[in-house]
Design a protein around this ligand. Sequence first.
Ligand SMILES: *Cc1c(COP(=O)(O)O)cnc(C)c1O
Length: 495
Amino acid sequence: MSNFYHSTRNDNNSVTSKQAILTGIAPDGGLFVSDAVGQKKLDLATVCAGSYHDVARLVLGTLLPDYTAEEIAACVAGAYGPKFDTTEVTPVSPLGQDWLLELYHGPTCAFKDVALQMLPRLMSVARKTAGDGRNVMIVTATSGDTGKAALDGFADVEGTGVTVFYPAGKVSDIQRLQMVTQRGANVAVCGIRGNFDDAQTEVKHIFADADLAQRLLGQNVVLSSANSINVGRLVPQVTYYFYAYARLVAAGAVKLGEAIDFCVPTGNFGDVLAGYYAKRMGLPVGKLVVASNANNVLTDFITTGTYDRQRPFVKTISPSMDILVSSNLERLLYYLSGGDCELVASYMRDLAEKGRYTVSPAILERLQQTFACGFADDDATRATIRATWQEEGKLIDTHTAVAKNVLDAFPRQGRARVCLSTASPFKFSADVLDALGHGMPGADGFACMDKLSQLTGIPAPKPLFELRELPERHLDVCDRDQMGAFVESACARVF
Ligand SMILES: *Cc1c(COP(=O)(O)O)cnc(C)c1O
């Protein structure tokens, strides 16, 4: 029981969940999975009687069995406290005939907070109780959203530091300010001259640099990543599927035990995979609808069984979903194949070598039993933002609008339906204004935010509004070949 997790590509070497969280990725390149997910069903009546914190403790305790109840309770209390603007953490509100699960009430106003406020705490406990006492420096390249959520999550967490690289001049005004104003004695932020791929590629080189690793070890520091494939990011997301169900039962929209559908704006497949975990753990789920933007590689996969990454990359107004390789899908393939590590490894080899793979008919059938799919391009996304505001009085962001558009086209099957809302519309004010027919080309981020507030009568969330008053603390910009040295100097300063 204690060695709960093993690689999707090899089930010989099991590790505890603390080790899985500290390591991030399995040594063979696979993702950590557990065969026990779903062996123990959660009791729905208990879930429905609980607060968000109660449900989180139940879910985390089940999926991370080597953490003590006290450790889990401390992590939950620390992660989901006053940094969220509601004690409900992820409230549910009506959306026409459907429901909106609001995942953007955390400090950076996007759903990644739900996981990234928790992961650093899980890591910190694991470091103290199962680690080797080394300090951990998280290194991340970001195209905008993940970097800030990681900075806010890891800021001042004992024994950890966080270094974020973003492409200078290629993130929005607000996204840049969110990062460069970050407080905390253990944080470092640097713009790089280049694009996101340059930053990402160089971060991979930094992780592979044996000399650097040796020097850092001399200072008792190891590097790690806060990537969405870490089980410590996946597990906290399972909570809100159960919590949403409890809210629908409380609202009288479903009877205990009746199935409901979820529609999820998807990029790396982490969010929707958490819904699949919830289903395995006993949540009555009808369909999980995977919503994509114009980068619709998952729509094709779920429709045909062939995953083909060889296609043009499209830059859209829902940038956090601009992804052609959805890493977390590997975990689903593991479960759908009945735990066939060799088969999963062969699909991943095909993906790396040929850019594509095709799953067996049996796997495709199981996939389609639970998952449905659809996509919305930018024009459809804008039309949905406008219609949702005009007809339902709800202001939604560009990512949520992709899901709403797909859900609207999905046939109603007599079940209650929940649309996951992954970001505050004020995080993407310029594009939301544009969708409402009030675009302000060339205006800065705050002008757009103010205009959107004025137009809708909805105040911008405090963490975004107050950015204009915060000092800019992190002004470094470097070339790609200086990133390793930046990490090293950040480690020397922080630890
Ligand atoms: C990361 C992100 C997504 C995609 O989530 P995945 O877990 O990568 O599928 C959707 N919307 C927003 C706003 C995000 O930040």
